[in-house]
Design a protein. Structure first.
Length: 745
């Protein structure tokens, strides 16, 4: 085989992020939408002709016809079949008996006796069964009154989305109104049966026939708090408009008191553009255990003020350090310790963007940090405010230029405070050929500080200017190859990246927002080894990397192999503190491999290796097997020297025709303990799903939470049970698929 140079891909990529929000509603989860058009009423053509067929027809054609044997009447969207019938032409009315069947706008009814006005849609049917086109629901009754072409009143009847003559679940009501025009079903005194056993009774019930959102009480949600305390939530959903809603969560916690939660969402459009937001609030007045009022709030909002001008906020706050430990039911919620409150505004033109923001943090300390300083969470600096300006253009007489500037006021309750102004102009000249690229670049990082007096240090002004030259270059070779027996195109992409930054003494400068960058493939091709603007690392270094990809004819990447290492030609003197300069001649090696071995196997791996000490610094391995629907197994391993060594196993798998097992365990090989675990079972009953299980995760250094859950989901009606197992399974198991797709999220 031979290699040949391939055209270098010089496209500039842009990324967009879209969000889809879901909410628990009655009867199922649904989306909020900017606009929603009501379902048009089902109006038949009053001038449509009436077609009559029968084996025996007698009577007066202009007045009344008596029909017998294989009777069929059709008018517009209505069709009637029966053994015998009488049709009155003046009234446009039909009476039928014996094996009566009727189709109305896709809905199907059978019964013993029918009387129906084909013009108005008003009538009744005795001892009917029915099937609805909208949601495939079905039921039976003593009588159905057809109130109009959209609405039917079911007397002493049942309703279920299960198929077959003996549905697994159904509701039974003395009066059940099914209004297809308004997409709503309402019932009086109602009992919900599961396997012919009553499981829920209610004096009134309202639900959507299509699964759309409707206002009303949601089923009670018994559960257990993060410390195992019993609690009961009775949510109420308010469908304010198609593009906004509100869910109230009154909760009784016997050990603590009465807590009220509320979650509001909205999305819409003005003349200026789009807006969207969501706010969640919890409030517990006078906690019985702490004797204090306790609360938390999470709020986000974005809105266009004009064509090129927008603003938004993100607010997170809690009443005390222990709030996540006492009330969080998820791993992510219990780990939140730095709560950001941000207000920002963005204004942009064709080639520039201006951002103004205010950021303030609330830090929640682990209760055990008093005795174990390693658990102490450092408080970040607040930005009060921060102004960022970015401008840039590509291919201006062959040059690319960018300019970044930032003016920030840093505030901290105990540390040094000050104002920093940063300006970073840069100019590059990309030379791109058919199968190569060379990009020389010049940049300057200029900063000035106005520092306040702190402790015994007086107020002072400091400045720094550091130039940087870099040269990025690469080649792209490709050849025909085979991978696992499949024809592919293999690429070989060597890349060299040189950086030269002179040394400037920066030891007198504070470190407001700067830290050492994580060493990875992205950082290999960065000019600065620090994140933030307080330190500009001196450099005389060369990065060498090699990437090989296997591409299918469709362009899909089947396998990627990568290697990279950085070589230093002088000592690195600039450090975050006054520590000894680094005199390494080369960095750790980075190796990575990721891809799809087949349609069912995928893997991802990355290794950081120190060749001088002949040891692995960090590694990350993951493999996924997904041979079919509702079948996935994940195995992972994460290691960081002197920090952690964790193994992770998760999966979803059928254990019988309808039973599915789900589980996850994350185990610390260093501490020899389980960090997080989940075990559960699901049963797919076609028109219902049952889930049960338990989860265990760390909330603080010395405390764990073990919530249990079980849930019966009646497709098209509601969910009953304890906790939210569906959310736990989706968040814990990569590749998890819900059993009843199509019934919300």
């Amino acid at each position: 085989m031979s290699w040949f140079l391939a055209p270098y891909p010089s496209q500039r990529w842009a990324y967009a992020l879209s969000a889809l929000v879901t909410v628990a509603a009655l009867p199922v989860h649904a989306q909020i939408q900017p606009q929603a058009k009501p379902r048009p009423p089902r109006v038949d053509d009053p001038n449509a002709p009436t077609t009559i067929q029968a084996e025996d027809i007698s009577g007066r054609p202009e007045r009344e016809l008596n029909l017998a044997r294989d009777v069929e009447l059709v008018k517009g969207k209505t069709r009637v079949k029966a053994d015998t019938a009488c049709y009155r032409q003046v009234e446009d009315e039909v009476e039928a008996e014996g094996h009566v069947r009727i189709w109305r706008f896709g809905d199907y009814f059978t019964g013993d006796e029918l009387k129906l006005n084909l013009d108005t849609g008003v009538g009744y049917m005795q001892h009917p069964t029915y099937q609805m086109e909208l949601n495939h629901a079905q039921g039976k009754a003593q009588r159905i009154n057809f109130l109009n072409e959209d609405e039917a009143l079911v007397i002493d009847g049942t309703y279920s989305t299960c198929q077959g003559p003996n549905p697994d679940w159904y509701l039974k009501a003395s009066r059940l109104n099914l209004d297809s025009g308004r997409d709503v079903g309402t019932a009086g005194q109602t009992i919900v049966y599961f396997k012919d056993v009553p499981i829920l009774g209610t004096p009134a019930l309202s639900f959507s026939l299509s699964g759309a959102r409707r206002s009303g009480w949601l089923p009670p949600m018994p559960g257990f708090g993060s410390k195992g305390a019993a609690e009961l939530t009775v949510p109420y959903y308010v469908n304010i408009a198609p593009n906004r809603d509100l869910t109230l969560y009154p909760k009784i916690i016997p050990r603590r008191g009465f807590q009220l939660g509320a979650n509001g969402r909205y999305i819409g459009e003005t003349d200026a553009g789009m807006y969207r937001g969501e706010t969640y609030l919890e409030f517990l007045p006078h906690d019985k255990q702490t004797q204090t009022d306790r609360w938390t709030i999470k709020s986000t909002h974005t809105q266009d003020l004009a064509k090129d001008w927008s603003y938004g906020w993100s607010v997170r706050a809690a009443s005390d350090d222990n709030y996540p430990n006492d009330f969080s039911k998820t791993v992510a919620g219990s780990a939140e310790r730095q709560l950001l409150r941000e207000l920002r505004s963005d204004y942009h033109g064709d080639y520039w963007r201006l951002t103004a923001r205010i950021q303030k943090y609330q830090v929640l300390q682990d209760p055990d940090s008093i005795t174990d300083p390693s658990l102490f969470v450092t408080r970040p600096y607040d930005r009060l405010p921060s102004l960022n300006f970015h401008a840039g253009r590509y291919d201006v007489a062959g040059f690319d230029w960018e300019f970044d500037s930032e003016l920030t006021r840093f505030w901290h309750p105990t540390e040094l405070r000050g104002t920093r102004l940063v300006a970073i102009p840069q100019l590059s000249y990309p030379v791109i050929g058919a199968s190569y690229f060379i990009t020389p670049k010049l940049m300057l990082n200029a900063s000035t500080y106005q520092l306040d007096a702190h402790d015994t240090d007086p107020a002072r002004n400091l400045s720094r200017s550091v130039p940087t030259f870099s040269l990025d270059s690469g080649l792209v070779f490709e050849r025909d190859a085979k991978l696992f027996g499949r024809a592919t195109t293999q690429t070989l992409e060597p890349r060299l990246f040189y950086v030269n930054t002179p040394y400037r003494d920066q030891s007198a400068l504070p470190t407001f927002d700067t830290a050492a960058a994580t060493f990875n493939f992205s950082q290999l091709f960065s000019e600065n080894r620090f994140v933030g603007s307080d330190r500009i690392g001196d450099a005389n270094q060369l990065t060498a990397a090699l990437v090989s990809r296997f591409l299918e004819s469709s362009g899909a990447e089947r396998l990627r192999l990568a290697f990279g290492q950085r070589f230093y030609f002088r000592d690195q003197k600039v450090q975050l503190d006054a520590s000894t300069p680094s005199n390494d001649s080369r960095s750790d090696m980075l190796l990575a491999a990721t891809g799809r071995i087949s349609e069912t196997w995928g893997f991802d791996s990355a290794v950081q290796y120190n060749p001088s000490q002949h040891q692995t610094v960090s590694s990350n391995y993951g493999i996924q097997w997904q041979p079919g629907q509702k079948k996935v197994l994940n195995l992972g391993y994460r290691y960081l020297r002197d920090s952690f060594k964790n193994a992770d196993l998760s999966g979803q798998w059928p254990v019988s025709q309808r039973w599915y097992g789900v589980g996850r365990v994350s185990y610390s090989l260093l501490d020899k303990k389980i960090l997080e675990s989940l075990v559960g079972l699901e049963y797919n009953g076609d028109c219902w799903v049952f889930r049960m299980g338990a989860q265990r995760f760390v909330t603080t250094a010395k405390n764990v939470s073990t919530p249990i859950f079980f849930q019966l989901e009646l497709n098209g009606l509601s969910k009953l049970g304890v906790g939210n197992p569906l959310e736990a399974m989706k968040n814990s198991i990569p590749g998890y698929q819900r059993l009843n797709e199509g019934y919300g999220r």
